[in-house]
Design a protein around this ligand. Sequence first.
Ligand code: ADP
Ligand code: MG
Length: 640
Amino acid sequence: MGRIRILSDNVANKIAAGEVVERPASVVKELLENSLDAGGADIRVTVENAGRRLIRIQDDGCGMLRDDALLAFERHATSKLSDIKDLLAISTLGFRGEALPSIASVSRLILETRSEQETTGTAVEIAGGKLLRCDEIAHPTGTTISVRDLFYNVPARKKFLRSDQTELAHIGSLVTHYSLGHMGKRFELFHEGRELLSVTPVATVRERAFQVFGSEVVDDLADVGPRTLELRTANEAEPAEFVLEGLVSGPHIQKLNRNSVFLFVNGRLIRDKMLLHAISAAYHNLMPPGCFPFALLFLNCDPSEVDVNVHPSKTEVRFRHGSAIHDFVRDNIREMLMQQRPVSSIPVMPTSPVPRPVMTAQKAAALPFSEFTAVMEAVPVEAPEETQPTRVDDIPEVRWTEPSRALPAPVVRDQVFTANASIRRVPDTHGTLDQLAPDWDRTDNLHALPDLRPLGQLHDSFIIAAGRDGLWIIDQHVAHERILFEQVLRQRAAGTMELQQLLMPLVLQLTPAQQFEYARIADELNAHGFDTEPFGHRTIAIKAAPAGVGAGDIEKIVFEILEIAETELRAASLDEIRRHVCATIACRAAIKVNMKLEPKKIEWLLNALAACEYPMTCPHGRPIALRYSTRDILKSFHRI
Ligand code: ADP
Ligand code: MG
């Protein structure tokens, strides 16, 4: 007798369950998808013992006919697909016909359901894949599936489950995700009788995001789209249409993982590498590497444009026009970010009724001395350059003159830090706010940048400026870096990089790895204003460098670029390599911190920054400007 056997359905189902049912949350996912596919608009999830003891999902969808209720537990039984052609245009979340038999093979399951077309409902009970009973019952239209004692007959699987907290967190995030993806429906999640989530139908993504995350998060989000992309291929009459819509955060919201990125393709929550890359690419040079935004994005298209049958858990998809979709998503987010120009604000202590001690007088006295050099209206009694003050007492006195703009004159007082100051609204005897510029209460963005009035420089590193909307602190190095970065990008694109010829070629010795990278990116280096050529064994000669780069920095820049190419950019696109090269040149050529700037230079810097396309962050993603908004200043002084 041969040794090959056909596995029984029960064994095959358990094997399939290994793929589909990994943990309680996977059961919730499959059942939720079924409820959504059945057109349920009111979906309630009840779990006990983090889903180990019970997972119950109730919906008011179409329900099942009596015959179907039994058939649903057969392997590959589905109402969503009949032909392989259907798979090319699947519009439902499920289609594999695997979930119910798989779940029923590793739990005790009761299905209660009624279709609108039948007057009585059906109850089916199955344990470990064996049918125990099938009865007529009374049931409203819709379906209730109760899954008890998950993995009771697969002890190995049970051992792999994590703590209750972890398993419950997975369930919670799953229901949350689906509720975000289907804002027109009601979702409830209960654990041991406690409500964990309850959202009612709403009309917009923003409203649903508000229900789930609250106003703190939602206020920081900006709308993307709806935007439509039409792709027409030569042999197709109708163009393929893609619609992108959603909410994303500005670059000042920096998450350390991708957990706040929610992507839906045709209502299906997915974790697609290409789309995740498109989002990261939109924030490239705006956020430090390794940081991620908050994003809630919906991409809808004809089902035939996307293959969802890539992975059993259906979380990965493949687009027919992958790279066009990638760029569409990236460009739309980026465009929105460019328009928004949000600014980082200085965190302010909340003015709660019981104030927390901010700082004690002793601590305040122990703070390092802050050197401030004023320009414009402040008239410093300048000390000569050579006698730079080294002690507090030697600091030249700074006298303020009347400011020329509508902002009230700054009042210089001794700062008093008290641990238990009582908080009251300060009455008007302290002056009214009428003198304030009319637009002090502006939203958080950088549109006020062109009108900044520089006040001085702090620590020879930060520019202090008064704006219509508050007090600004600008990091001079990163500001200049951004200006140069955009300039280099522009010149690179136009092929007009300015060069400086070196009197003597600079000869660099490369390691074998650097030699390899050099061969790969030599053209890019040269397009960015370097004139380099191989010069014997593992040696290159640099004959010219981008204008503005100090002689001592040229070698460093080239090595830095080679190193980036070696470590991060092996798989990167040409566009990314270019941006990295530009960022490196800009960083090296930018003015440094600890550098005194002439008032004229400060003014130039602010103007040039205002003219930047994206003046919020340096090419490495650090913020350029902090703003202490007038509102926060007023709040801190308890004037509002
Ligand atoms: P699939 O979803 O891939 O079709 P499942 O095993 O998840 O496979 O479900 C099998 C079938 O059972 C579905 O095709 C559907 O007809 C029916 N079904 C499952 N859950 C529900 C539900 N909540 N309401 C109505 N029908 C359901
Ligand atoms: Mg299903």
